[in-house]
Design a binder for this molecule. Structure first.
Ligand SMILES: [Fe+2]
Length: 533
């Protein structure tokens, strides 16, 4: 027992995690505490007055009278062999010295504690490997993680994924319950609609669906035919990261001054180009993507103009890469439905790019490969693991579910998208081969490279304006944490785990050009959440 004589009361709050099998009902838990003066307690068995259950998602409180110990800085939790079959996931332990009225000491465990094992943590559990007080425990944990988190290629040429979904990655009990509840509610609604709605004959039938579901009718249902609506989709729609400044008309795009000047509000083509009034989206690569059922994707290019009113509107669309008499450039001067069809074909191609590359490939799968490398190479106690881990929440089970259901051989993608799953995988493969961290993983550089960073030249680009606020907030936060953790260069050079993590991202996850770690932290925090929205 510690040397000090005064007995002090400590409140210990143990939170059991909300894992599917995270609660334990018949176990013995023993604590050993060390305070800031290095006084160490005897091992204390936690015993509740009413029961000793550590229930899933619940907190248990214990009051301990400890002679002499003041604020606690280190804790060891040991389970004996009782209840060996009971799994116990400890979310966190908080210890407050009530007598001293001190701030609680927080020990974020986030770990399973199996029978006959012991785990020791310092307060906040954030330690670089070179300063670890329990290196054997740390190495053992990492070894166990590497056995569970194995990076494999499930889709040839796409970002790699975890081989088998680890139990720790599965949805929590509460989250799964919410999903099931929402699913049931939507199922009832859609079944009712199915029963009461005949097949769509007109746009009015579609509008009526919103009323039946009590959902506000979207403005797009009135405006979708307008060129301004099409332009707005390119800036604020699902895929706003592919538009770029047009500084000259490329050889493969048969746009001439005569064709587009009628839509440039009195400017010549050259003037519009030099005034940064013209933007392009180039999706030519799609025409080379192999798709099932003899589906041929367009490989379109679209030219857009920023009007004096600040609206962005399309002024030319070429649907296939090679100019020719059988591949005309369509403009707003074409008959109404010809021009509308050109815009719809462009959107059809853009959807293929968005769902495959921007969404599944560069958001979901990319982050999973980072998450797996992080679990394999950084201890859960590593400060950078702590920084990144919240952003990996449910990435793996969501991807696992998507691959097994949505993108399966008889899934939604295969049934409803012309590209099918094979086309989708081919698009991901093509785009992932081009992706590199320095430019595609850096929001600021990406905007600059695409020439869309000039706010006055390209107005109403909320993806850029809002995204920059979020990117800077993330970067500032990450920079502060990184600079605090690595306040001396030798702390970084002596960090063997971070070096192993960097190597794993290059060699195992096949990240291209990877030299600047801060970008990786910012990327993972940005791509996993912000990009998805
Ligand atoms: Fe998603």
């Amino acid at each position: 027992m510690g040397n000090c004589q005064t007995t002090k009361t400590h409140k210990v709050v143990v939170t059991t995690g909300d894992k599917k099998s995270g609660g334990a009902t018949d176990i013995n838990v023993h604590l050993t505490l060390t305070d800031v003066k290095d006084s160490v307690s005897n091992e204390i068995k936690l015993t509740s007055v009413w029961n000793n259950d550590f229930r899933k998602g619940q907190q248990e409180q214990f009051n301990l009278d400890l002679p002499g110990l003041t604020k606690i800085k280190e804790i060891s939790v040991r389970r004996d062999e009782v209840g060996a079959k009971d799994d116990w996931f400890v979310d966190r332990v908080e210890i407050t010295c009530i007598t001293d009225n001190s701030k609680p000491s927080i020990f974020p465990f986030h770990r399973w504690i199996h029978a006959d094992t012991k785990l020791s943590l310092v307060e906040f559990d954030t330690t670089l490997p070179q300063f670890e007080k329990h290196p054997e425990q740390r190495e053992k944990e990492l070894k166990q993680k590497r056995e569970k988190y194995i990076l494999v290629s499930k889709i040839l040429g796409a970002p790699r994924q975890v081989e088998i979904l680890p139990e720790d990655e599965q949805f929590s009990y509460a989250y799964e319950f919410d999903i099931a509840k929402e699913y049931a509610s939507q199922l009832i609604k859609t079944t009712l609609i199915d029963w009461t709605t005949p097949e769509f004959d007109s746009l009015q039938d579609m509008k009526d669906i919103f009323k039946k579901c009590n959902i506000k009718v979207p403005s797009g249902i009135k405006e979708w035919r307008l060129d301004e609506s099409f332009g707005n989709q390119k800036l604020c729609g699902c895929n706003p990261g592919i538009i770029q400044l047009c500084t000259q008309i490329p050889d493969y795009f048969a746009v001439t001054a005569d064709l587009v000047e009628p839509f440039l509000e009195g400017k010549t083509l050259q003037t519009a180009l030099s005034q940064k009034r013209l933007y392009m989206i180039d999706l030519r690569y799609l025409s080379e993507v192999e798709c099932p059922r003899s589906c041929v994707l367009p490989g379109p290019t679209c030219l857009l103009y920023v009007k004096d009113s600040k609206d962005l509107v399309p002024v030319a669309i070429q649907l296939m890469p090679k100019p020719g008499s059988d591949n005309p450039v369509f403009t707003p001067a074409d008959p109404e439905y010809t021009w509308m069809a050109a815009k719809m074909w462009f959107n059809f191609a853009e959807t293929a790019d968005h769902e495959s590359a921007s969404h599944l490939g560069h958001t979901h799968l990319l982050i999973e490969s980072v998450a797996v490398c992080t679990h394999r190479e950084l201890s859960p106690s590593h400060p950078m693991f702590r920084l990144l881990a919240p952003h990996f929440l449910y990435v793996m089970p969501i991807n696992d579910g998507a691959i097994r259901s949505l993108v399966s051989t008889d899934g939604w993608i295969e049934k409803t998208m012309s590209i099918g799953r094979v086309g989708m995988f081919n698009i991901i493969r093509l785009k992932w081969a081009e992706w590199n961290l320095q430019e595609d993983g850096n929001f600021v550089k990406n905007l600059k490279r695409r020439g869309v960073d000039d706010v006055s030249a390209l107005p109403n680009y909320h993806y850029r304006d809002d995204g920059l606020l979020i990117w800077r907030a993330i970067e500032n936060y990450v920079r502060k944490v990184v600079n605090t953790v690595y306040d001396q260069p030798q702390k970084l050079s002596a960090d063997t785990e971070i070096e192993a993590w960097r190597e794993a991202l290059i060699k195992d996850a096949e990240f291209k050009i990877f030299t600047y770690s801060l970008h990786a932290y910012s990327l993972t925090r940005n791509s996993g959440q912000v990009q998805h929205e």
